[in-house]
Design a protein around this ligand. Structure first.
Ligand code: BTN
Length: 261
């Protein structure tokens, strides 16, 4: 299958400042899901830092069983393999860090992060992140972090309320440049995280970018929906939700929605 024309190792590599992330690249015109392919390759010993990129996904996966809108030639759909020496419960932190890295790479005041790991611009979703892993009870074999960034798309199907870099800025972007900037920042942040295995060094960044803090939100997990005030995250990446009775509960996974500004 043909590689993506405007992003291949030839265009990406000169823009990379990484030592391992993106140095191994599989770039395909079409895949079902870059997460699925990256996980298959990780299970066959793909190296840490392998990036799998597709111009179009026929079955792009979102969180909680949703699909991810993946039209051809417009956006970025990629997944990478990490092999952190950490307990499996720490792996979701990698998606939180990735959201912070993307926000940093995009370098605009209108960007924000939304727990657990979305990147938004001007009140609309720009980017989604899906992490999966393979582990034993105590050891992480590998993590796959999949990222979809709406880059040059200007029309979304009805029902998808999202935005793109092009819609926010009125111009098109080079997908290779966006991808390289994101990979460069993610590797830097990942190295920092690896030396702490905690979000402690990222807490200030999260606080300054979080769109939920101080707002009344709903947090859905499974069949349960809690309402409360978002009060930040823990250094493990759990959402702190202050309930109407004043107690603060910690939420490990789920969807969040703002009810009141
Ligand atoms: C979300 O629901 O917000 C997460 C969306 C993650 C989408 C990306 S696109 C590249 C990678 N491959 C997938 O199948 N999903 C992720």
């Amino acid at each position: 299958m043909a590689a993506i024309q405007d992003i291949d190792a030839g265009t990406l590599t000169p823009l990379l400042k990484t030592s391992f992330l993106g140095r191994s690249l599989l770039s395909e015109a079409e895949l079902e899901s870059t997460n699925a392919t990256a996980a298959e390759l990780a299970a066959k010993n793909a190296p840490e830092g392998l990036v799998v990129l597709a111009d179009h996904q026929t079955a792009g996966r979102g969180r909680n069983g949703r699909s991810w809108f993946s039209p051809q030639g417009k956006n970025l759909y990629f997944s990478f393999v990490l092999r952190p020496s950490c307990p499996p419960c720490a792996v979701p932190q990698l998606a939180i860090i990735s959201a912070l890295s993307i926000a940093k790479a995009l370098d605009t005041p209108v960007v924000s992060v939304k727990w657990p790991n979305d990147v938004w611009m001007n009140g609309r979703k720009l980017c989604g992140i899906l992490s999966t892993m393979s582990c034993t009870s105590a050891k992480t074999e590998y993590a796959v972090i999949g990222i979809g960034i709406n880059v040059n798309i200007r029309d979304f199907p009805e029902g998808i309320q999202a935005t793109s870099l092009a819609l926010e800025s009125g111009r098109d972007f080079s997908r290779a440049e966006v991808l390289a900037a994101v990979l460069n920042t993610i590797e830097e942040d990942y190295m920092l995280w690896r030396s702490h295995l905690s979000l402690e060094p990222f807490m200030e960044r999260w606080r300054s970018l979080s769109m939920l803090d101080g707002k009344t939100i709903t947090a859905e997990h499974g069949h349960e929906t809690l309402v409360g005030t978002a009060s930040g995250i823990t250094a493990d990446g759990l959402l702190k939700l202050t309930l109407p009775n004043g107690h603060t509960t910690l939420i490990a996974a789920g969807d969040t929605h703002i009810v009141m500004q």
